[in-house]
Design a protein around this ligand. Structure first.
Ligand code: PLP
Length: 423
């Protein structure tokens, strides 16, 4: 049995008091805390290796390149992507938002004829359809809405059921022969609901479309295998998986990355550049990694990926399930409503809730005064809030370091909110 209390001890930030109370950090869906091993990896890189990657004849540049590429392989191993040299399927980006924008921009470029014949499969035109869902984070919704506007394609979406789950049972109607792209969240950052992907992925491929997965909230919490899921592209962020900020990853099936035109241009992504001829771009992943890379952060993200694998993703999921069970007791409180599935099944420990008659910011401040950190607002997902008839909510979200006691402390505090505000 994994000792999760011991694992919590690896997070120095948690060992502090806030407003006189021990810190209860329940905001991991926004960003996860970092274990010492990840913090040290970033510092150690700067202390011993720091150099740019892929160029430079000196020893530090060579070591930096090895560390960077090893980190890419570690991340690939965590998510079931190819890690072999020459077959890499993981592209380094500045975050999941950047990864999704990279894709939307590259598709837009292909729609304007960039990338030649092989890139035609990414091109969109009026009449084509892009499908998202009402559960999407704005980082999915907006880049693809913008892509639709640029290309004349039509944006369509999956509706949600009463639990806020994506209606994957409607895949055959929503996805049509005109659908070119389907971009869907694996797990909502509001409801914590796990999407039933199989019918959507199958239907997308049946009509010849491309399936893009927003895996931001699944990679930190579940065992993921992008090959087994059959997705074409996926985006996720290092900072939500116990790694540093400023780094994210785009997964792409190798043959698709090879055909995809670049989205940003500059140093380190080009084989040959001339004044009077178009440049000849490098193979992926370099083609998508223009400019100096955040090497220290990527190296630390690799350490985070290995650290998670060492605990075991199934073990993490099992532990967090006990916490989500406790968090769901929020729904039993008078005047409190959980937005999302209230049964502890096909969901993670990300639980948004509404306290009737009390503004989410007031709830957040009340909890903060007790040392409990939750998120307040619309969590960059306004359509899903509208689905529940709200504009904003509170959200508690757990990570490996949380305990059932943390969740119980939250529930006990929320139970006093309405009385405190005299509603
Ligand atoms: C579901 C989901 N998608 C996308 C993002 C965007 O990730 P980032 O802000 O790290 O780029 C987030 C972050 O909150 C998220 O929760």
């Amino acid at each position: 049995m994994t000792d999760f209390a011991e694992i919590r001890g690896e997070f120095p930030i948690l060992d502090q008091r806030i407003h006189g109370h021990p810190l209860v950090y329940l905001d991991s869906a926004a960003t996860a805390q970092k274990p010492s091993t990840v913090i040290d990896a970033e510092g150690d890189f700067y202390r011993t290796i720091n150099a740019g990657v892929h160029r430079g004849a000196h020893e530090l540049a060579a070591r930096s390149t090895v560390a960077f590429e090893q980190a890419r392989a570690k991340v690939a191993r965590l998510v079931g992507a190819d890690e072999q040299e020459g077959h890499e399927e993981i592209v380094v980006t500045a975050g999941a938002t950047a990864a999704l924008n990279l894709l939307a921009t590259a598709f837009g470029n292909a729609s304007q004829g960039r990338g030649g014949q092989v890139a035609r499969r990414f091109a969109l035109k009026p009449g084509d359809e892009i499908v998202v869902s009402k559960a999407e984070h704005h980082s999915v919704l907006l880049p693809f809405q913008e892509l639709a506007a640029r290309t004349g394609a039509t944006l369509k979406w999956f509706e949600l059921d009463d639990d806020g789950r994506i209606r994957s049972d409607t895949a055959d109607e929503v996805i049509t022969s005109r659908t070119k792209i389907v971009a869907i969240t694996h797990i909502s950052n509001v409801t914590g609901a796990v999407t039933d992907l199989t019918p959507i992925v199958n239907r997308t491929h049946e009509v010849g479309g491309l399936f893009i997965l927003d895996a931001c909230q699944s990679v930190p919490h579940l065992a993921i295998d992008f090959h087994a899921l059959g997705v074409d592209f996926a985006a996720f962020s290092a900072h939500k998986m116990y790694g540093p900020t400023g780094v994210g990853f785009l997964y792409g099936r190798r043959e698709l990355l090879e055909a995809l035109p670049p989205a940003s241009f500059g140093g380190s992504m080009v084989e040959l550049a001339w004044m009077n001829r178009p440049a000849q771009y490098m193979d992926p992943p370099a083609r998508f990694e223009a400019g100096t890379q955040p090497v220290a952060q990527v190296v630390a993200a690799g350490v985070a990926a290995d650290w998670m694998r060492a605990i075991g993703m199934d073990e993490i999921a099992r532990h967090e399930r006990t916490i989500s069970g406790e968090l769901l007791k929020l729904n039993d409180l008078d005047g409190v409503r959980v937005l999302g599935p209230v049964r502890n099944e096909r969901r993670i420990g990300t639980v948004a809730f509404d306290v009737r008659g009390v503004h989410p910011h007031d709830v957040g401040q009340f909890l903060d005064a007790e040392g409990i950190a939750v998120r307040v607002g619309h969590h960059c997902a306004q359509p899903v809030h509208r689905h529940f008839g709200l504009f904003a909510s509170n959200r508690a979200s757990c990570g490996v370091y949380n305990s059932v006691e943390d969740a119980a402390a939250l529930v006990a505090a929320v139970a006093r909110v309405r009385e405190f505000f005299k509603v």
